[in-house]
Design a binder for this molecule. Structure first.
Ligand SMILES: Cc1ncc(COP(=O)(O)O)c(C=O)c1O
Length: 422
């Protein structure tokens, strides 16, 4: 499995945002090495020029719609604040209710936190229901009256401020009478009539206010349409995504029209890093979500419409040389979630010419590497890797070393602040 090319993407076409700064990979690693030279790996670093350029490119691709930041893909408060200061970004999408409260509470808390998923965390629901300010800032996600029942069971409507509610609509492509399902298995609410019925269930109960609709098209946003060396898969993915986008444009519009008859909506959310242009083209959508494109992890290398800079990387130390053709680094098994496969493995990117071995992959405490890059490596040197996904990297480190404004400056990840949400 050769490492993917790390060639920098070409500058963005002219648009509202300035073109990203193009930095050759050698310069990137020279910068990372110089800024972190005094630190012992394992360590994770974020190249700020790349991160900022990625943020600008996401905003450009959103075509004027505000972009809500998917916190799961960042998991570092400092970087959330940094991207929220970039024009074009507004609000966050949280992945756990405990996290949403942690981000929203208090005078300096984030004012607009949309949950991306339903929650069954009774304790956090209770805290939300007993905090007027948090209840005005956090919007929960529901796809069934069951989740409303859970809120009521924790805090009766008479004893809480109204809880802001967004409806999660299934955006998958269903064919052959439902026998073919292309997309994720999340919300059971698919049709406009089902969305309208759920909307009526929300507004018909005390203690809830219906403010939004979300339909996340994972089969477009999260599936690369230029898989390397797989032309037939590329054709199939592109055909599926075109069909799905056309179907969803019709259905999402009908859903929004049906729900708007029941309650005025503040927001209609859709999309992800991989679908910004397409989702922005749907007139029913008022805002987009993106997160992964900020760190530019390996799974996002193979889309036709964009190519993020690899902004987040991690370094592991070489601890031994089993033979002439192999070095072994400490740790390495920072494997991404999802259907298990080679694409979930971390990718060694510097020095060039290193590969994981088939037999051991990325190990729990030791990872052997082979390839032409081995010859230059000695015990104590570092190997730089990219994670396959974005925010999961932050579950392995308590700090991110920010590179690009002088010496590397460490900022805590969620873990570094003692928080583990999922
Ligand atoms: C509900 C929802 N919206 C948006 C996204 C897109 O996030 P990202 O841009 O990090 O891929 C996701 C990702 O899984 C999601 O679950």
């Amino acid at each position: 499995m050769p490492p993917p090319a790390l060639a920098r993407p070409s500058p963005s076409p002219t648009g509202a945002a300035p073109a990203p700064v193009v930095v050759p990979p050698e310069a990137l690693f020279t910068r990372l090495e110089a800024a972190t030279a005094g630190l012992d790996p394992p360590l994770a670093a974020v190249d700020l020029a790349s991160f900022d350029a990625n943020a600008l490119d996401l905003a450009r691709r959103a075509g004027g719609l505000p972009v809500r930041v998917a916190t799961k893909s960042v998991r570092c408060r400092h970087l959330l604040e940094r991207v929220l200061a970039v024009p074009g970004f507004r609000g966050v999408m949280a992945h756990s209710l405990a996290e949403a409260l942690w981000l929203a509470r208090g005078p300096g808390g984030l004012p607009d936190v949309l949950m991306g998923y339903p929650s069954a965390d009774r304790r956090s629901l209770g805290e939300l229901a007993s905090d007027e300010l948090a209840a005005s800032r956090v919007t929960i996600m529901v796809d069934s009256p069951d989740q409303l029942d859970l809120v009521d069971s924790v805090a009766p409507p008479s004893r809480r401020p109204p809880i802001r509610v967004c409806l999660d609509i299934d955006a998958s492509l269903r064919m052959a009478g439902g026998r073919v399902h292309l997309g994720v298995r999340r919300s059971p609410v698919h049709l406009a009539s089902e969305a309208e019925a759920l909307a009526r269930a929300v507004v018909g109960r005390r203690g809830f206010s219906l403010v939004g609709v979300m339909a996340y098209e994972a089969q477009i946003a999260g599936v690369a349409d230029r898989p390397p060396g797989r032309p037939l898969r590329a054709m199939a993915v592109r055909a599926m995504q075109a069909a799905s986008a056309a179907e969803l444009a019709r259905r999402r519009g009908a859903v929004v029209a049906a729900v708007s008859k029941v309650s005025p909506l503040e927001l209609v959310n859709g999309g992800g890093t991989g679908s910004l242009e397409r989702t922005a083209a749907d007139p029913a959508v008022t805002e987009l979500t993106a997160g992964s494109g900020l760190f530019g992890p390996a799974l996002f290398d193979h889309y036709r419409a964009f190519r993020p800079y690899p902004a987040a990387l991690f370094a592991l130390p070489v601890v031994r040389r089993p033979d002439q053709g192999t070095v072994t680094v400490a740790g390495g098994g920072w494997v991404a979630s999802g259907a298990a496969g080679a694409d979930r493995l971390p990718v060694p990117v510097w020095p060039e010419g290193l590969q994981l071995t088939r037999a051991e992959g990325a190990g729990e405490v030791q990872t052997p590497l082979r390839g032409t890059g081995v010859s230059s490596l000695r015990v104590g040197d570092r190997v730089w890797f990219r994670h396959a996904k974005a925010g999961e990297l932050c579950e392995h480190v308590s700090a991110l070393h920010l590179v690009g404004e002088g010496e590397a400056r460490a900022v805590p990840t969620y873990r570094g602040e003692g928080q583990a949400f999922v």
